[in-house]
Design a protein around this ligand. Sequence first.
Ligand code: SF4
Length: 247
Amino acid sequence: MSPTRTQARRAPTAEQNPADPPPHAPEAPFLRVTEIFRSLQGESTWMGLPCTFVRLTGCPLRCVWCDTEYAFHGGERRSLEDILEAVAAHGTPLVEITGGEPLSQRNAFLLAERLLDAGYTVLVETSGALDVSPLDPRAHKIMDLKCPGSGEVHRNLWSNLAHLTPRDEVKFVVADRADWEWAAAVIRERGLDARARSGELRALWVSPVWGAAELEPLAKWMLESGLPVRLQVQLHKLIWGATARGV
Ligand code: SF4
């Protein structure tokens, strides 16, 4: 008897391993991951707390002062379940999803949701160049708006500002006075100062490019401005050095 069409479709091929899932089984969600590690949170209002970092691979931007170029390529393809297990093994209630630009992988949104469902406090560090609106509102966005000195100022997606909530923080990494002047103008013109004062934004940060911008003049400009911005140094680089990885 010749097989029906259905029987023919289900017949295993010579190459098929019996351990493989059937070809029509839905694929488990996965992400490309550069590293998962536990450290002290070095930035934001969460600075100083133990935190597990999930660094996803890939970024469509190329900031001239980028300190995580090693996350642009490579990485390891890991299932969502595997990532959740690795995070649980580190045992911190605080988790940051970072990159690279983590939102360049669609499953980053699912990862945030699953971590939140599991009871973690979740920070998502994003460039602000990609749409944040699909992100679970329980997550805390740390949005790094790009100043002209980054070479990527044209990538800022200004519609993202409408999706910021009292949980969220905005950061400007400044290389020089021109960057500071630009950041101050954006803060005023887009009403971020009023939102920070009223509590509609959790914090506004200015952070010097490591090794390129001096702290003292930046502090002076900030004081002169009267803006509700905070000065941020990268705590992890003070402790472990600027090029240390996985700490
Ligand atoms: S967005 Fe972040 S990871 Fe991407 S190039 Fe800029 S600093 Fe590097």
